[in-house]
Structure formats: structure tokens, C-alpha cells
Design a binder for this molecule. Structure first.
Ligand code: MN
Length: 227
């Protein structure tokens, strides 16, 4: 393709055990998917339909170093199971939805909580609280062909070796298959899309030089330094 400006590299994530990478098309995130986190955010933890927001594909961080973003004094961590889609579609039934999944990773839905709170209070879009540069650190993707489809197991996060978040994938309000079914009713999902599936309780602030370590049993570990 002839382009009028230089073409950029497609954002891509390493695949565990492979020298081929997973190209990222779009990033969809589930707003609240663990009752504990819904409660700590002052929301009703009942099973309402999931809601979604996005981050740009360029927001992924794969080298373990995240620059502290501008315009916030309250940068917060949210450790999440990330789902990478090899196939898409629209109105995908939950039964069989997992056939779309290429693999899983550990991700951080980094959040400017102060900005988000202000936007929320005014009934405005969360965008600048969520969809900023380097807001989506992610570990290498582990193929489902190797680990299957995790639906239980510890999900946890430490900051400077101190435990902050702890939950279990079994406590997700909406399962991965149900998230795919719900989201594909709104948009046609595509190969390369990745889904952040919500965070357990214990979100909190990080500052420069903090070392974040997120871990999901059976999926992997993600280490990020706030630079
Ligand atoms: Mn989140």
C-alpha cells in the first residue's frame, strides 16, 4: 500500500513459546466484573449486563516499563485476565464462544482514577481516565491450545512485594464466553481483538519507581516498573 505518511508498526504482543507475535487490533475492557471491586467503587455488585469501554491498541506496554502519565495524581492498578481472539463474529452464542480464543495473558488496566471519578460525577465519558498512552501493560500470551480455558485460579497483584489485589477467576460475574457473547451483540468482533475482563477488589495507587507484579495462576506473571 502506498501511504501519504509513513506506515507505523502494528502493536503486537509476544506469544509464549513462539517467535511469532500476536497483532493487536482493538482493546475492549469490561467495566466491573468482580463483586468485590464493584463494591469498592460504590457500585451495585448485582448481575447487571456487562458494560464495555476501549483503549487504543497503541496503549499496550510489552517491555515492562510504563511511563507515569500526565494529568493525574492518582494512577491506579487493576490486574485482569486478558483474552486474545483468533476469530471474531457478531452475535456469537456463549456456547462455543471459547472457540474464538487464541490465548490468555495477564494485563493491567491502568487508570487515572481522579480523572475517571471527575468524569463519572459529571456523567461524561471515561475515556481520558482509561484510554491514555501506555495504559495497557500486558504479559506474553499463552496459547489456549496449551493451557485450555482458565475459569478458576488465583488472580493477584503486588506493589513493591506488598499484596494489594487478590481474587479468583471463578468470581468473575460474567465468564469469558458470556463476555464474548455480550460484546459481539454490540460490535462484530475481529481476529486480533483483545478483551480485558475486569479486576478483583484491592485496586490502589502507584507512584514513580513502584514495581508492580500481577499474576494469574496457570497464565503467567506480568512485571511492570512505573518509570
Ligand atoms: Mn478494569
Amino acid at each position: 500500500m502506498k501511504t501519504v505518511i509513513p506506515l507505523w508498526d502494528v502493536p503486537a504482543v509476544a506469544v509464549d513459546g513462539s517467535d511469532a507475535r500476536f497483532p493487536v487490533r482493538r482493546i475492549y475492557c469490561v467495566g466491573r466484573n468482580y463483586a468485590g471491586h464493584a463494591r469498592e467503587m460504590g457500585d451495585n455488585p448485582e448481575r447487571e449486563p456487562p458494560f464495555f469501554f476501549m483503549k487504543p491498541a497503541e496503549a499496550i506496554v510489552t517491555d515492562g516499563r510504563m511511563a507515569y502519565p500526565p494529568k493525574t495524581a492518582d494512577l491506579q492498578h487493576e490486574v485482569e485476565l486478558v483474552v486474545a481472539l483468533a476469530r471474531g463474529g457478531r452475535e456469537i452464542p456463549a456456547t462455543g464462544a471459547l472457540d474464538c480464543v487464541f490465548g490468555y495473558a495477564v494485563g493491567l488496566d491502568m487508570t487515572r482514577r481522579d480523572v475517571q471519578a471527575e468524569l463519572k460525577a459529571k456523567g461524561r465519558s471515561w475515556e481520558m481516565g482509561k484510554a491514555f498512552d501506555a495504559s495497557a501493560p500486558i504479559s506474553p500470551i499463552v496459547p489456549a491450545a496449551r493451557i485450555g480455558h482458565p475459569n478458576r485460579g488465583a488472580i493477584s497483584l503486588k506493589v513493591n512485594s506488598q499484596s494489594r489485589q487478590h481474587g479468583d477467576l471463578a468470581d468473575m460475574i460474567w465468564s469469558v464466553a458470556e463476555i464474548i457473547a455480550n460484546l459481539s451483540a454490540y460490535v462484530a468482533l475481529l481476529p486480533g481483538d483483545i478483551l480485558f475482563t475486569g479486576t478483583p477488589a484491592g485496586v490502589g495507587r502507584v507512584v514513580r519507581d513502584d514495581q508492580i507484579e500481577g499474576e494469574i495462576e496457570g497464565v503467567g506473571v506480568l512485571s511492570v516498573t512505573i518509570a
